[in-house]
Design a protein around this ligand. Structure first.
Ligand code: IVH
Length: 670
C-alpha cells in the first residue's frame, strides 16, 4: 500500500518538476495554471496523509518553516571573486591583448554573457539535493540564506544524477549564478511597499538584495525572485572544459541560464555583441549593467590566475549609465487612485540616451528629505527601463531654492490631506475626489482589467468633469449620443467605444476583481481569488478567516478586501455592475454550457484536420476542457499520429481513447 503511494508521490513530484522547468525556466508551459495547481494539490494531499513520505526536495516544500532569527555565516568552498570593470572598447581591447600575451597564444575564444544586475549566489548540492544557498558576502564567507533560496522557482531543489552523466554523476556540486528581480516584480514589490506605508526600493537590485535578507521566507516567496546560473563546480573545480559547455550543461540540468550569450572568436564579434545588447537592454525583462566576457577554455583559467580581488580570465564591460543633469522647475503633488499624493518633479527637458525626460517621480516626502532636494536645484536623474525616471541626487544646490511642502488640501478637490500614523504616504481622504475617480476609471478600463482601449485620459477627464460618469458602473449606461457630444469624439468612435464597453462585460471574474481596484489586490491575487471563490458575491460575503485561505492572501490583504465590501459606496457600485450584466460568476456557468460541458480531454500525437491549438480551442468553445496530462479525471484521450507516452498512461488508467474522426463527431453533435 505505502509502496504504491510512495510511487505515486514520486511520479507526481517528477511530473511537477518537469512542468516547473517548462513554466519558470523555459517559459513554455504545456499545461494550464489550473492543471498545475491541481497536480500540486494532489501531491500536498497525499503528503498530508503520509507525512513520513515528505522529503525536502519535494516541490511542495519550497516555502516552509518559521522565520529565521539570523543568517549563519558560512565559508565558501572556493572564493567568490568579483570582476574588474572596463568602460571603453579600448580598455577591453587592452585586456584582450593581455590575455593573449599571458596565455602565449593568439587563438583565444571568449564567451560573452549579460552582466545581470542582481546579487551573486552559491548553491551547494549534496546527494543531488539543494543543501545550501550562500550569498557572496566578503567573497570568503557569506550568509546562509537557504530557506529564502528555496522559494525561488527557478532554483531546482533536486537535480537527477542522470542529468549529470557527462560529469560522472557526482551528487555533490556547486552552482553559482545571479539572483535578480525582473522589472515587473520590482514594480509590484514597490507598489506593495508603498501601499503598506513603507519606503520604496531604489532599483531591482536593491530590491532583490533586500528581499534575500528577509528573515521570513514567505515574504521572499511572494516577491518572485529569479536565478540565472553561470558556473558549475565539482570538487571545487570547474566541471567542464569550456564555459560555453558549462552553460549548456546547466541548462540541461534544469537551471535557468540566460539565453543571451555567444561564443566570440574575434574581437569584432565581441564588439558586435556589446553593441547589439546596448540597443536591446531596455527591452529585456530585467536590468543589466554591462557585458561579462569570459575566456571559454577553463584550463586557461588556472594558467591566467587571479589577483586578490578578481580573475584575469574574465572582465566586465560596463555600459554608460543613462543619467543626465537637469534643473527642477517645480514639484507638485499628483493624486492617485487610492488618494495617495505623490510628489512629481517638473524638469527642464533633458535628453537621456535618446529620450527627452520632462519629469521624474520623487515617490514620497521621505524620499525628498533623504535626497534633500529643493525646487531650483540641479539634480542627477537616471532612467532605468520602464521605471519612471528617478532623481538620484542633488548635483548643485540652488541659492534661492524653495522647499516643497505637501499641501494640506487636495490640489484637485480641496479635501483634507492626512498622513496616517506609521505610513509614509499622504492621502486625500475625500472618497468622491475626482482625481481618485479618474484614476480608478483608468485602472478599471486598463488592458489587464476590463480592457476598454478607447477610454483614455482625455475622455475620462471630460466624463468626470461633466459629471456624466460618477463611478465605473456608469460607463455601462453611456450612450453614443452622450459620447459624440464630447470634444474630439466623432460618431464613429463614439459607436466603437459603446461597443467596446459592452464587449468588456464578457471579461472573466479575475479581471473584474482586479478592475475594482481593491487596495493591495493585484492581478495575481485577483486570479487566486477567482479560482478559489468562483463568484464575486462569495468574495464579498467572505470573512477575513476565509480570505486568508486563498493563496498569497495574508491578513493585510484579507482586511483590505473585507473592508472594501463593507463600504456602502462600493457595494452600490458593485450592485450597479451586476445590473449592467458583468460576469460575477465563473466556472460553473462556464461548465454548464456547450455539448462537451464538463468533459476533460487530453490530446496526444499529430492531428490531421487541425493543429493541437485549434483542436483545444474547438473543444473549449464547446464547453470542454483540455489538460496536459492524463489522470483518472480525463474523459477522452484524443490520439493522433505518433502519440506520446500519454497513450500508455491512458491505457494504464483505462481512459477512453478516441480518434480524430470521433472528436469531429463529438464536436458536430447537437
Ligand atoms: S562571473 C569571478 N557572470 O557581477 C567571476 N558575474 O561585478 C564573477 N554578474 O559578483 C562572476 N552577471 O554578481 C559573472 N554573467 C555573469 C554575471 C556576473 C552578473 C555579477 C556577479 C559578480 C559581479 C561582478
Amino acid at each position: 500500500m505505502t509502496k504504491s503511494i510512495k510511487d505515486e508521490i514520486g511520479k507526481l513530484r517528477e511530473e511537477i518538476r518537469g512542468h516547473e522547468i517548462l513554466y519558470y525556466v523555459k517559459n513554455q508551459p504545456e499545461i494550464s495554471d489550473r492543471d498545475f495547481d491541481e497536480l500540486m494539490r494532489r501531491l500536498i494531499d497525499l503528503e498530508r496523509a503520509h507525512p513520513e513520505l515528505i522529503t525536502p526536495d519535494s516541490p511542495s516544500q519550497r516555502v516552509g518553516g518559521e522565520p529565521a532569527k539570523e543568517f549563519p555565516s558560512v565559508r565558501h568552498s572556493v572564493a567568490m571573486l568579483s570582476l574588474d570593470n572596463t568602460y571603453s572598447v579600448e580598455e577591453l581591447a587592452e585586456w584582450d591583448r593581455r590575455v593573449r600575451e599571458l596565455a602565449g597564444r593568439e587563438d583565444i575564444e571568449y564567451v560573452a554573457e549579460l552582466k545581470l544586475d542582481g546579487l551573486s549566489m552559491s548553491l551547494v548540492y549534496e546527494a543531488g539535493m539543494l543543501a545550501r544557498g550562500i550569498t557572496r558576502g566578503d567573497g570568503t564567507e557569506g550568509e546562509d540564506v537557504t530557506p529564502n533560496v528555496r522559494t525561488i522557482r527557478t532554483v531546482p531543489l533536486r537535480v537527477a544524477p542522470a542529468k549529470m552523466k557527462a560529469m560522472g554523476s557526482p551528487g555533490r556540486f556547486e552552482v553559482r549564478g545571479e539572483v535578480l528581480m525582473t522589472r515587473k516584480a520590482f514594480e509590484e514589490a514597490n507598489a506593495q511597499r508603498e501601499a503598506a506605508g513603507e519606503t520604496r526600493f531604489a532599483n531591482p537590485r536593491n530590491s532583490a538584495a533586500g528581499t534575500m535578507r528577509q528573515l521570513d521566507p514567505k515574504i521572499v516567496a511572494a516577491r518572485r525572485l529569479d536565478f540565472f546560473a553561470y558556473f558549475l563546480y565539482v570538487n571545487r573545480r570547474q566541471a567542464l572544459a569550456k564555459q560555453s559547455e558549462t552553460l549548456d550543461a546547466l541548462e540541461a540540468m534544469g537551471f535557468k541560464v540566460n539565453p543571451h550569450r555567444r561564443v566570440c572568436r574575434t574581437f569584432g564579434e565581441l564588439r558586435g555583441f556589446i553593441d547589439e545588447y546596448e540597443g536591446r537592454r531596455e527591452k529585456l525583462e530585467y536590468e543589466i549593467d554591462g557585458i561579462v566576457v569570459k575566456v571559454d577554455e577553463t584550463a586557461l583559467w588556472d594558467e591566467l590566475g587571479a589577483t586578490a580581488k578578481s580573475p584575469r580570465w574574465a572582465i566586465a564591460y560596463k555600459y554608460p549609465a543613462r543619467q543626465a543633469k537637469t534643473v527642477i522647475l517645480d514639484i507638485r503633488a499628483q493624486v492617485g487612485r487610492t488618494g495617495t499624493l505623490t510628489p512629481v518633479a517638473d524638469l527642464k527637458p533633458v535628453d537621456v540616451s535618446g529620450v527627452t525626460v520632462t519629469h521624474a517621480t520623487l515617490h514620497n516626502m521621505d524620499e525628498i528629505e533623504r535626497l534633500g532636494v529643493h525646487i531650483g536645484d540641479t539634480v542627477v536623474i537616471q532612467r532605468a527601463g520602464e521605471v519612471i525616471p528617478q532623481i538620484l541626487k542633488v548635483a548643485e544646490r540652488a541659492k534661492d531654492g524653495r522647499e516643497f511642502r505637501m499641501p494640506k488640501y487636495c490640489p484637485v478637490c480641496g479635501g483634507a490631506v492626512v498622513r496616517s500614523e506609521g505610513e509614509v504616504a499622504y492621502r486625500c481622504v475625500n472618497v468622491a475626489c475626482p482625481a481618485q475617480l479618474k484614476e480608478s476609471l483608468l485602472h478599471f478600463a486598463g488592458r489587464r482589467a476590463m480592457d476598454i482601449d478607447g477610454l483614455g485620459e482625455a475622455l475620462v477627464d471630460q466624463l468626470v468633469d461633466a459629471k456624466i460618469v460618477q463611478d465605473a458602473a456608469d460607463l455601462y449606461s453611456l450612450t453614443e449620443k452622450q459620447l459624440a457630444d464630447l470634444e474630439r469624439m466623432g460618431e464613429k468612435s463614439a459607436a466603437n467605444l459603446v461597443l467596446e464597453i459592452k464587449e468588456s462585460k464578457k471579461a472573466g471574474l479575475a479581471r473584474l476583481i482586479y478592475a475594482l481596484g481593491i487596495r493591495y489586490v493585484g492581478e495575481r491575487t485577483a486570479q487566486w481569488l477567482a479560482e478559489h471563490f468562483h463568484s464575486l458575491d462569495r468574495i464579498a460575503a467572505a470573512k477575513e478567516e476565509d480570505l486568508v485561505q486563498v493563496e498569497e492572501v495574508g491578513p493585510r490583504i484579507a482586511r483590505s478586501i473585507y473592508d472594501f465590501f463593507r463600504e456602502r459606496r462600493n457595494l452600490k457600485v458593485v450592485e450597479k455592475l451586476r445590473q449592467a450584466g458583468l460576469r460575477f460568476e465563473e466556472e460553473k456557468a462556464h461548465k454548464a454550457e456547450g455539448r462537451l460541458a464538463g468533459k476533460q480531454f487530453v490530446l496526444t500525437g499529430m492531428l490531421e484536420h487541425f493543429s493541437r491549438d485549434e483542436a483545444a480551442q474547438r473543444i473549449e468553445a464547446a464547453g470542454g476542457r483540455v489538460t496536459g496530462s492524463v489522470s483518472k479525471k480525463t474523459d477522452y484521450v484524443v490520439v493522433g499520429a505518433e502519440p506520446g507516452s500519454k497513450l500508455d498512461k491512458a491505457r494504464a488508467l483505462g481512459v477512453k481513447m478516441i480518434g480524430e474522426g470521433d472528436l469531429l463527431a463529438l464536436l458536430a453533435k447537437r
